[in-house]
Design a protein around this ligand. Structure first.
Ligand SMILES: Cc1cc2nc3c(=O)[nH]c(=O)nc-3n(C[C@H](O)[C@H](O)[C@H](O)COP(=O)(O)OP(=O)(O)OC[C@H]3O[C@@H](n4cnc5c(N)ncnc54)[C@H](O)[C@@H]3O)c2cc1C
Length: 86
């Protein structure tokens, strides 16, 4: 069991959320003592296990735009047989 914020902050390239959030053009909402900011998912994930979070920031929510269209999206997870990761 885990949280979406934890998975996003961890930025494991094998995790389910990061690639999906980049594809969906999601925004990551960060909060710290000095304020808050919103970062595009494509700019949040910098590298494997590396994000644009600054020390003291936490992920508080993730915003996924919902389009008013008939288009749909599908995420198909092809799980590795050993790890279960996609
Ligand atoms: C056996 C196993 C199988 C797994 N399979 C999958 C899989 O199939 N798909 C997949 O996507 N993932 C998989 N995972 C990874 C798992 O989903 C993530 O480790 C988990 O979602 C992380 O969330 P958490 O809340 O447990 O974070 P934690 O492990 O508690 O935290 C991860 C890191 O992020 C920090 N953190 C936590 N929350 C926040 C926050 N809100 N803001 C800022 N920093 C924060 C923590 O300090 C820590 O450094 C698997 C893990 C294991 C052990």
């Amino acid at each position: 069991m885990g949280t979406m914020g934890g998975s996003v902050a961890h930025a494991d390239p094998a995790a389910d959320y990061p690639a999906a959030l980049v594809a969906l053009e999601a925004k990551i909402h960060l909060v710290s003592k000095s304020g808050d900011r919103t970062v595009e998912a494509s700019e949040f994930f910098l590298d494997a296990f590396t994000t644009a979070m600054e020390p003291g920031e936490i992920v508080v929510d993730v915003q996924v735009p919902v389009e008013d269209s008939t288009e749909g999206y599908k995420y198909e997870k092809l799980a590795h047989p050993a790890s279960g990761f996609p």
